[in-house]
Design a binder for this molecule. Structure first.
Ligand SMILES: NC(=O)C1=CN([C@@H]2O[C@H](COP(=O)(O)OP(=O)(O)OC[C@H]3O[C@@H](n4cnc5c(N)ncnc54)[C@H](O)[C@@H]3O)[C@@H](O)[C@H]2O)C=CC1
Ligand SMILES: O=C(CO)COP(=O)(O)O
Length: 322
């Protein structure tokens, strides 16, 4: 069975490498025919995943039809592009097993990856692959554990074995809302964590912010029907810890640049920037307080400086912890 992957960026390529190294045949689709050609020739993706060699059983293509042989297709494009990708590919995708790999909340609908897949491809079996994993770690075959969220547990188990390898260990859940929101909101908190460190406010401040940020992630997730235990699992707390503490994270590095008042390459995918805005809207709809997310949205939009954002948080009325 050939696994298809749409999106030959860092994560799509890394998953292709990991699955192929685990013995699966993979078709990796890149939207740029020139990039696909270079990848086929050099067996590398130097722009997005430098230093990694593509195994022979990864076939790189820019032809959509080449994905027709794959019953299971991973969607590895950024969140704010997913709706468009599903629209472009609708004829080929509907009815297949579609695994969303994007972390975020769609700005125009407030939906997560599974919600976008369900809306665009009602006859597909949607799933979400999320959790703590840097593309470079996965591609190097380092041990990684992720959450696979699938509503139908029978289909979920089949997919879990198909996408697990000796180094890539998938844990199954049917809590789609919890998995979607954990992965989406941790990126917003990672921007805040980076900003605090970048501005020189210290590790104690970062820990406070990450913990209070986690409290608001849990509040919004509960309001959206997620199970509390999902938020303390790999897709929530696990990914929050990783992203708020590692320079490998683009969201964290973007936060660092805000804190240091440095510029940041706008072509780099920073999912938490748009998701902060989307989460503020969602929180307002549910009457949930999200002060950290709200100041991140202000920071990203240039409405507040890091100093003003910290003042806003520190001047909130004192309250009980829980
Ligand atoms: N890089 C990482 O370590 C991880 C990334 N993710 C998630 O995976 C998703 C994708 O991220 P990355 O691969 O890292 O981003 P990236 O920036 O490395 O690559 C994005 C890819 O999507 C393609 N793309 C963009 N718009 C497209 C469109 N309309 N149609 C087709 N292809 C399009 C780009 O050409 C590029 O190949 C994000 O939601 C990210 O949060 C999840 C776990 C780890
Ligand atoms: O989702 C990730 C780690 O789990 C990747 O984080 P960044 O998108 O911040 O690089």
């Amino acid at each position: 069975m050939r696994i298809g992957i749409i999106g030959a960026g860092a994560f799509g390529t890394a998953l292709g490498v990991a699955l192929a190294s685990g013995g699966r045949a993979v078709t990796l689709w890149a939207r740029d025919a020139v990039q696909a050609g270079v990848m086929r020739e050099t067996r590398r993706n130097e722009r997005y995943l430098p230093g990694i060699v593509l195994p022979e059983n990864v076939s790189v293509t820019a032809e959509k039809g080449d994905l027709g042989a794959s019953d299971t297709i991973l969607l590895a494009t950024p969140m704010q592009r997913l709706s468009q990708v599903i629209g472009d590919w609708h004829g080929l995708l509907d009815g297949r097993v579609l695994v969303g790999c994007a972390k975020g909340i769609d700005l125009s609908t407030g939906l997560g990856a599974v919600g976008i897949i369900r809306r665009g491809c009602p006859n597909a079996t949607p799933a979400l692959l999320t959790g703590p994993s840097f593309a470079a770690d996965i591609a190097r075959g380092l041990p990684t554990a992720l959450t696979l969220a699938v509503a139908d547990s029978g289909k979920g188990e089949a997919l879990q074995s198909l996408l697990s390898t000796p180094a890539l260990r998938l844990y199954l859940t049917d809590d789609i809302a919890g998995a979607e929101l954990g992965g989406a909101l941790k990126n917003v908190i990672a921007i805040a964590a980076g900003a605090v460190i970048g501005a020189g406010l210290g590790d104690s401040a970062r820990s406070a912010l990450v913990t209070r940020g986690f409290a608001e992630m849990q509040r919004l997730a509960a309001a959206r029907g997620a199970r509390p235990e999902t938020l303390v699992g790999l897709s929530g707390l696990g990914d929050l810890i990783l992203t708020c503490t590692s320079d490998q994270s683009r969201n964290y590095r973007f936060g660092l640049s805000l804190g240091r008042k440095e510029s940041f390459d706008p072509s780099v995918t920073v999912e938490g920037a748009a998701t902060a805005r989307a989460a503020v809207d969602l929180a307002a709809r549910h009457g949930v307080e999200m002060p950290v997310t709200s100041v991140v949205a202000d920071l990203v939009a240039g409405r507040k400086s890091v100093a003003e954002a910290m003042d806003t948080l520190l001047n909130r009325p004192l309250r009980r912890e829980i």
